[in-house]
Design a binder for this molecule. Structure first.
Ligand code: SIN
Length: 305
């Protein structure tokens, strides 16, 4: 019997009574999607999963994206990416600095990210203290907390999101050793435009869809005004009252929905303190945004994408 216990914080719930190595029943899947809308981040602890099982679980939520850098895919399931600071035989086994600033995955794509699935294989621990936590911010609450003048003023406005912004921020401000994107990689990821306020496909509520990692410009404003308003939005959305912190345990499978949250992976561990995560990035599909599509699909027990 699947049980969902909220953390009591602004985001997060623990899901127990389920073994994800076997397919979720239609009813359990429907409950999981609804809980994802309600709590943003769900933790399934104590899961013993192969890469193929992580992929199969992830595919229930939508198509899985494979990034512009084709390296670091799991040998048993290439849809599963490897995030890690482990080096074997002089070579990194995964992306060492993924997600280490505030962002929403794939807001830089026309079809945006829907769900992230992240499985902890190794978690760094120093003097009994777990490191490498992941922080989340609640964008349902951030929208609700915006002053009503901003809600009216920004309604109908759009922001440009650019993959290169995060990439260059990592290189310039976080000492990342990743090389600049090649012209071919940049051409594959041109900037895209999304509304600043979106109707969340699960909850039907409005969320603030704008994040410091990728949003570069509010298109309906002058550059100077856009810079000021983006700074205001970034400060607003990252207030402590909207934040939730997940401290990892080995065999945690964490899923979060991207449309109503931001996240940030904390790099507070050293090169010999090993962190190894397996990740599937699940995309949304256009039909998910049709009013009532998800709730109908869940009632009928049909695919949500
Ligand atoms: C990510 O941004 O997808 C990675 C998060 C993490 O490693 O904690």
């Amino acid at each position: 019997m699947l049980t969902i216990t909220p953390t009591g914080k602004t985001l997060g719930a623990n899901v127990t009574g389920i073994d994800l190595s076997t397919p979720l029943s239609t009813a359990d899947f429907a409950q999981t999607i609804k809980a994802l809308g309600q709590h943003g981040v769900l933790r399934f602890s104590g899961q013993r999963l192969t890469a193929a099982q992580i992929r199969d679980f992830s595919l229930r939520f939508g198509p899985i994206q494979v990034g512009v850098s084709e390296g670091f895919r799991h040998p048993q399931a290439r849809e599963v990416g490897i995030l890690s600071n482990v080096v074997e035989n002089g070579k990194p086994i995964g992306v060492a600095d993924a997600g280490q600033d505030w962002h929403t995955d794939m807001s830089y794509r026309d079809t945006i990210g829907f769900v992230n699935v992240l499985y902890a294989v190794k978690v760094p621990v120093r003097n009994g203290l777990v490191l490498g936590d992941t922080l989340f911010a609640n964008m349902h609450a951030a929208y609700e907390g915006l002053a009503s003048e901003w809600k009216s003023r920004l309604a109908g406005m759009t922001a440009t999101h650019d993959f290169n912004k995060f990439w260059e921020n990592m290189r310039q401000n976080h000492a990342s050793t990743r090389p600049p994107l090649s012209p071919e990689q940049r051409a594959k990821r041109p900037p895209v435009v999304h509304p600043i306020f979106m109707t969340h496909p699960i909850t039907g509520r409005t969320v603030l869809y704008c994040n410091p990692g990728y949003a570069t410009r509010i298109n309906e404003m002058s550059e100077a005004e856009s810079d000021k308003v983006l700074d205001m939005l970034f400060t607003h959305q990252l207030q402590d009252k909207y934040l939730y912190r997940h401290s990892w345990q080995v065999n945690d499978l964490l899923i979060w929905e991207h449309i109503g949250t931001l996240h940030n992976a904390l790099p507070d561990y050293g090169p010999d303190e090993h962190r190894l995560m397996l990740r599937c990035q699940v995309m949304s599909t256009p039909q998910m945004f049709e009013p009532g599509f998800l709730s109908r699909a869940l009632e009928e027990g049909s695919a949500v994408h």
